[in-house]
Design a protein around this ligand. Structure first.
Ligand SMILES: *[C@@H]1O[C@H](CO)[C@@H](O)[C@H](O)[C@H]1NC(C)=O
Ligand SMILES: *[C@@H]1O[C@H](CO)[C@@H](O)[C@H](O)[C@H]1NC(C)=O
Ligand SMILES: *[C@@H]1O[C@H](CO)[C@@H](O)[C@H](O)[C@H]1NC(C)=O
Ligand SMILES: *[C@@H]1O[C@H](CO)[C@@H](O)[C@H](O)[C@H]1NC(C)=O
Ligand SMILES: *[C@@H]1O[C@H](CO)[C@@H](O)[C@H](O)[C@H]1NC(C)=O
Ligand SMILES: *[C@@H]1O[C@H](CO)[C@@H](O)[C@H](O)[C@H]1NC(C)=O
Ligand SMILES: *[C@@H]1O[C@H](CO)[C@@H](O)[C@H](O)[C@H]1NC(C)=O
Ligand SMILES: *[C@@H]1O[C@H](CO)[C@@H](O)[C@H](O)[C@H]1NC(C)=O
Ligand SMILES: *[C@@H]1O[C@H](CO)[C@@H](O)[C@H](O)[C@H]1NC(C)=O
Ligand SMILES: *[C@@H]1O[C@H](CO)[C@@H](O)[C@H](O)[C@H]1NC(C)=O
Ligand SMILES: *[C@@H]1O[C@H](CO)[C@@H](O)[C@H](O)[C@H]1NC(C)=O
Ligand SMILES: *[C@@H]1O[C@H](CO)[C@@H](O)[C@H](O)[C@H]1NC(C)=O
Length: 824
């Protein structure tokens, strides 16, 4: 009895708990009588304890209001269980969870169910009405046994890795009681079956951020209770979905698909619709807003990146409740007259980027609502600073990048009381009106001046500033000492200017410092204290001398350190190994000297040199912060920053490829070609599950190609030609689809795509033996993602490292503008 009580206490089941996100009063919760708790039956609390013990549940803080367990008064059985963000482990089919047959409400979100599939045993929880498995890392398909959960009214599978197709037989379509269904942010691929129309009680449906394709079935019009429909970020095609009769809709998000044709005018008479996102489609035609007894309630409307042809602003100006309006990249051929927005008295955010704006409407006589807080006019062909903004006291954010505005930044700008972000990147500005301290008292926090024609000294910055980005200008003189008075400054980016003088002493208080390609002199100040927030320091291509400051060891947040192309004279900085987060280290073209193997190691791999010009290391310094500010999603940010390639090609590196290469999990491309590597291809390469390109050609590698490479599903390019490899080429589709030339010039490879068959040969499917002097080599790459570059062609044992944060150039140019100096 004591143990039972103890386990009951463990779950705090007696504490009166209201739930944060799904409170018992939420429309989607289960009707459980929370006021009368009873002790759970021993067999139930035992099952619960066993369930908890299947996982590392040490992080389950049961005093948190969203965690808890509830038992039913009459049966003493567990009817409700909530455990958020604390379980780590695999959810097994044998889990004791599936003994809790009386569960009606199960909330297990944000746990780490490592690569678990959904056990079909969920089907045994046939009393479930509420099931939230949001953000858990589940993989695989939704099991067919889900059709047993016929009472389910709430199902949240958002943010997992579910895949596969939904066909007309899918168990989900048997769940006729569903009112809430969220399959968003998974990897479902398929068209949308007509059977979606079976889920007549749905009030909320999200299929966003998957790979659904094809047309939206007409049966969607049967979901007449729908209040929110999110189909954004898929590959859906066809004409506008039949949503006109979904009169309860308040939110419709079809953004980032391939819908074409025109927008039905009935959208603007839907009585409850307040949020409409159609951006990023191929919609054409004009927009009609008819007079209606139920005037539109639209507040948020996002129509950007479509192919509208007609004059669409005039009708939009009838939607008088609009607060957020995105009409960027409308693809219209006539200039937009800003005065058409004057009826929108509630407008807060307006984005007209990518459209030409009628010059007259930028004058001081413009009649635009003064309520505006955010105005984006990027790429609008503007020649002169819009003077009408002078009286806009509520402005917080101005974006005028990618225009052709000349002259000086007006003095009145710094007096706008709420302005915190100001971007004029990629224009032709050459200076600032007013005295050098004109901006010192302004409220400005983020200033983007990149790619203009600014000359002369950098002005005294606003005391409140957090971020200054001014690359590709012609600022001269030294970095003003006054920046050390800016206690909120975290990002200082002044690369590609003509600054001289020393690096200021206060930079250890910043988190991102980019001073690349100037003429700075002196030493890098040795001022880094314990707890310094520094994440990125780039002082490459200057005239810095002295040693690398040893106090950099204190910067435990440092991820990016680039001092290439200076005159730094120092031994190889093995001491940087102490920095746990360092990912990119660029030392090329300096005067580093000495051994490049760790002092306490006797490594045969590297030789000692008196003086080494550490080589070229290319990278594109695209910090997350640039992208955040441009309003890109987290997802794109992640993709951008995790793209990594190592290129050590074209050198004379000898020895074996260290097995520890398999630790560089983020690698997208590895190029070790044209060296003198010996030994076997490491088995651990098969652990680089993101690898898309692998070039090991022209080395002296022997043994077989590890079978695991056949299962790297992203591998698009592999080249192992001109080695001494033998045996069977692994037969995965990614490999056999390669060109023959990728395998030629080896001692004895056989199998597709080569013509030599393995039949009859004695090709043993052997795997390479464990490498002998592994210990020594581990040391090199145990710097985890620290990738070290050495100069090309400088004797044995040196390599070029290219670490490229790669990206899709087309859209980056659209977002950030061309990465070069303007012709002033
Ligand atoms: C658990 O206890 C309940 C209530 O007494 C009982 O109905 C049920 O059969 C028991 N289940 C098991 C597996 O012992
Ligand atoms: C479906 O639920 C019933 C009870 O309603 C149960 O007997 C049956 O085993 C469940 N089926 C599966 C596949 O779990
Ligand atoms: C659905 O199930 C029926 C009967 O089980 C089967 O004949 C049909 O091929 C299935 N359809 C799909 C799309 O799987
Ligand atoms: C569901 O939609 C289809 C296609 O729009 C229609 O033919 C069918 O009658 C609808 N069913 C019901 C029950 O409304
Ligand atoms: C919408 O409702 C009207 C009237 O009820 C009906 O005539 C029309 O067919 C419906 N449209 C769709 C697409 O379901
Ligand atoms: C509109 O888009 C089409 C297709 O992308 C393009 O060819 C055309 O030049 C664009 N027109 C304008 C005015 O932007
Ligand atoms: C900034 O504010 C300070 C203190 O209020 C004042 O002394 C100074 O003159 C102001 N500077 C400018 C340029 O307005
Ligand atoms: C930088 O300034 C020096 C003189 O201080 C000048 O010779 C040089 O051309 C300038 N470089 C650039 C890129 O403007
Ligand atoms: C760094 O910031 C701390 C705390 O704000 C401050 O005390 C210190 O003076 C600053 N150091 C420099 C060099 O600005
Ligand atoms: C690290 O910072 C502390 C002050 O926080 C300083 O005393 C120490 O010298 C620094 N370490 C190095 C190696 O410079
Ligand atoms: C690897 O680098 C060499 C140059 O050394 C280049 O020719 C080759 O194309 C690169 N391989 C890949 C896959 O990019
Ligand atoms: C791949 O990684 C796993 C886990 O990270 C590890 O246990 C395994 O030894 C690695 N395989 C190879 C061949 O390195």
């Amino acid at each position: 009895m004591t143990t039972m009580l103890e386990s009951l206490m463990l779950f705090h089941f007696l504490s009166l708990i209201l739930l944060c996100c799904i409170s018992p009063s939420s429309p989607f919760s289960v009707n459980i009588d929370y006021s009368s708790y009873v002790a759970c039956h021993p067999n139930q609390s035992q099952a619960l304890t066993e369930f908890m013990n299947e996982f590392d549940s040490s992080h389950c803080d049961l005093s948190k209001p969203y965690n808890g367990v509830w038992c039913d008064k009459s049966t003493s059985a567990v009817t409700m269980l909530q455990l958020k963000a604390c379980l780590i482990g695999t959810l097994k089919p044998s889990s004791s969870l599936f003994r809790l047959h009386h569960l009606r409400h199960l909330y297990l979100s944000q746990n780490n169910f490592i690569s678990s599939t959904l056990p079909s045993e969920f089907g045994s929880l046939s009393r479930l009405e509420f099931l939230s498995l949001f953000n858990n890392g589940f993989v695989g398909q939704v099991p067919s046994s889900f059709n047993n959960l016929s009472l389910l009214s709430f199902l949240d599978l958002n943010e997992n890795h579910f895949s596969g197709t939904l066909n007309s037989n899918s168990s989900l379509f048997k769940l006729h009681h569903l009112r809430f269904l969220d399959l968003g942010s998974n990897s479902f691929t398929s068209s949308l079956p007509y059977e979606f129309g079976n889920l007549k009680r749905l009030e909320y449906l999200s299929l966003a951020s998957n790979d659904f394709s094809g047309q939206v079935p007409p049966t969607i019009s049967n979901l007449t209770s729908l209040s929110e429909l999110q189909l954004n970020h898929n590959q859906l095609t066809g004409s506008f979905p039949l949503v006109q009769n979904l009169t309860m809709l308040s939110l419709l998000n079809l953004g980032d698909n391939h819908f074409s044709g025109t927008i039905p005018s009935s959208l603007f008479t839907m009585p409850f619709l307040s949020y409409l996102d159609l951006s990023g489609n191929d919609l054409t035609g004009s927009i009609e807003v008819h007079h209606s007894p139920t005037p539109s309630r639209l507040e948020h409307m996002y129509l950007g990146n479509n192919h509208f042809e007609g004059k669409i602003i005039e009708p939009i100006s009838k939607l008088i409740h609009l607060t957020h309006l995105d009409l960027s990249f409308l693809n219209t051929s006539y200039p937009v007259d800003l005065n058409l927005f004057s009826p929108l008295k509630s407008l807060l955010h307006l984005d007209l980027s990518g459209n030409s704006i009628s010059p007259a409407s930028l004058s001081s006589k413009s009649d635009i609502p003064k309520s505006l807080e955010i105005l984006r006019l990027s790429g609008c062909g503007i020649n002169e600073f819009p003077t009408f903004l002078k009286t806009f006291q509520k402005l917080e954010f101005i974006e005028f990048s990618n225009n052709r505005i000349k002259g000086k930044v007006p003095e009145w700008l710094w007096n706008l009381p709420r302005l915190t972000t100001f971007s004029i990147s990629n224009n032709l500005f050459n200076g600032f009106e007013g005295p050098t301290d004109v901006m010192v008292n302004s409220s400005m926090k983020n200033i983007f001046l990149e790619q203009n024609c600014f000359e002369g000294a950098i002005p005294v910055l606003p005391v409140s500033i957090r971020m200054l980005s001014a690359k590709f200008n012609k600022f001269t003189g030294s970095i003003p000492r006054s920046i050390c008075n800016c206690r909120s400054l975290t990002h200082l980016k002044l690369p590609y200017n003509n600054l001289t003088g020393p690096i200021p002493q206060c930079l250890s208080n910043l988190s991102v410092v980019t001073l690349r390609k100037n003429n700075l002199e002196g030493i890098i100040p040795d001022v880094f204290y314990i707890g310094s927030p520094l994440r990125s320091l780039d002082v490459g291509h200057n005239r810095l001398t002295g040693k690398l400051p040893r106090s950099l060891q204190n910067c435990s947040s440092l991820e990016f350190l680039s001092v290439d192309h200076n005159m730094i004279e120092d031994t190889f900085p093995f001491w940087l190994k102490a920095l746990p987060n360092l990912q990119v280290l660029t030392l090329s073209s300096n005067k580093f000297y000495g051994s490049i193997s760790p002092p306490d190691q006797d490594s045969s791999l590297y030789m000692v040199h008196e003086e080494i010009n550490y080589g070229v290391l290319y990278y594109f310094n695209i910090e997350a912060i640039d992208l955040q500010y441009k309003g890109l999603s987290m997802e794109q940010k992640k993709v951008l920053t995790s793209y990594a390639t190592i290129d050590f090609s074209g050198n004379r590196i000898t020895g074996q490829i260290p097995e520890s290469i398999g630790l560089l999990k983020a690698l997208i491309a590895l190029n070790l070609s044209n060296n003198a590597f010996t030994g076997h291809i490491p088995l651990s390469l098969a652990n680089l599950s993101n690898l898309e390109s692998l070039d090991l050609s022209s080395n002296h590698l022997s043994g077989t190609i590890p079978n695991g490479l056949g299962s790297l599903s992203f591998l698009e390019y592999i080249n192992v030609s001109h080695n001494q490899l033998k045996g069977e080429i692994p037969q995965g589709t990614q490999i056999t689809g390669q060109a023959k030339s990728s395998f030629e010039g080896n001692a004895g490879l056989c199998g597709l795509p080569l013509q030599e068959t393995c039949f009859g040969t004695n090709a043993p499917p052997t795997q390479p033996p464990k490498q002998e002097d592994e210990e020594d080599e581990e040391e090199v790459l145990n710097w985890k993602a620290v990738i070290i570059g050495y100069g090309p062609g400088v004797l044995l044992g040196l390599a070029i490292a290219q670490l490229i944060a790669s990206y899709k150039p087309e859209w980056l140019v659209k977002i950030i503008g061309p990465n070069k100096r303007r012709n002033c």
